[in-house]
Design a protein around this ligand. Structure first.
Ligand code: WQD
Length: 328
């Protein structure tokens, strides 16, 4: 059906924001999720649900029977450290799972795919800001799985006429500014949620990985992009590939570098909590600075980050964490 979209991984942290944005733009949405990391609280009554696993081809063909105009694929394991210890798990879910999705899409006549890729495909940057022509050389197995999927998409486009948008996110952060997402990401591994856990008192302190980088304050600098901005880009990318019948490869970032210390100080100010922190050794594989340019996304989609200021990232995340660690 013309307006119906299957969102695979739609109960997850980013997926649920994409579902919201699609619903708001008038799409009919069905969520496909196995709830391994997705949350039932992230489901919306306006969207349908198909429970299933991308590792089972039959689950996908059953879900696609309804007939979809497009699918958004965000179902992946994404813990970088774990991917280096258990590559088989990441290969099976992220890569083989995507092979199933693409074969099911072709068999079911779904022609458009928006894929959740990552700046992890670039590895250590050779120049900044990183653009889409920067060489790809992932430094971890997670990033490798995302790159392999991009390459599969390229070939399915060529051979099967499947149009795709591969969206390379920088550091996804924040929560819906209107508070409509209820499920907190479980076992978060990233900087801002870790700062929030320390603020809420459910984690003792933030360990800052290195203070001797060649950056302004010595701590690592990243390009943090609000999930609602990412979600908006998915809707635009979907409309573009379907209308223009062409595939896209785009960076999605805020184009602003924020250091660990700036994030921490902003969080202290906004939460009013002391947030204990301690410097420790650098984390292996961390570049000093990773900032992207999203000029191509702006040019092609007319997209620009609107919610990705540090204050907005912290405030929308704190709203989710503030209620934790309280006895009431
Ligand atoms: C951010 C900064 C840390 C935790 C990872 C993946 C990437 C993407 C997003 C996607 C760095 C510092 C962090 C802590 C710290 N994944 N830090 N103490 O490493 O930029 O990117 O997540 O799906 O592929 O690699 O994000 O949030 O881990 O770190 O000092 O306890 O915060 O050193 O400078 P990263 P991050």
């Amino acid at each position: 059906m013309k307006n119906n979209v299957l969102v695979i991984g739609g109960a997850g942290y980013i997926g649920s924001h994409v579902v919201l944005a699609l619903l708001k733009s008038g799409y009919g949405v069905t969520v496909f999720d196995n709830f391994s990391t997705g949350r039932r609280e992230n489901l919306f009554p306006e969207a349908g649900l198909m429970e299933g696993d991308i590792r089972r081809y039959g689950d996908l063909t059953a879900a696609m029977k309804g007939g979809f105009h497009a699918l958004v694929h965000l179902a992946a394991f994404k813990a970088v450290g774990e991917s280096m210890l258990d590559p088989g798990k990441y290969a099976e879910n992220n890569i083989s799972g995507t092979v199933n999705i693409l074969n099911a899409a072709v068999a079911s006549g779904v022609h458009n795919v928006v894929f959740s890729s990552s700046a992890a495909v670039y590895g250590e940057p050779h120049y900044l800001p990183v653009d889409e022509d920067h060489p790809v050389n992932p430094e971890n197995f997670y990033g490798f799985t995302k790159l392999e999927i991009e390459r599969l998409l390229f070939w399915y486009d060529k051979l099967k006429g499947l149009r795709y948008a591969a969206l390379r996110y920088f550091n996804a952060s924040g929560y819906d500014p209107e508070g409509r997402i209820k499920g907190l990401e479980q076992n978060p591994q990233n900087l801002l949620p870790i700062i929030m856990e320390a603020a809420a008192g459910i984690r003792e302190k933030l360990m800052i990985f290195g203070n001797d980088y060649a950056t302004e304050d010595g701590t690592g600098v990243r390009d943090y992009i609000h999930v609602s901005d990412l979600a908006d880009a998915h809707v635009r990318a979907l409309a573009h590939i379907a209308a223009k019948d062409e595939s896209l490869l785009l960076n999605l970032g805020s184009e602003t570098g924020t250091s660990v210390l700036v994030m921490l100080e902003t969080a202290r100010r906004i939460t009013g909590r002391p947030i204990p922190a301690e410097f420790t050794a650098r984390r292996a594989g961390d570049p000093a600075k990773l900032v992207g340019t999203s000029a191509r996304a702006e040019k092609v989609l007319g997209w620009k980050a609107r919610h990705s200021g540090v204050e907005s990232l912290v405030a929308t995340t704190w709203r989710m964490y503030e209620r934790l660690g309280r006895s009431d």
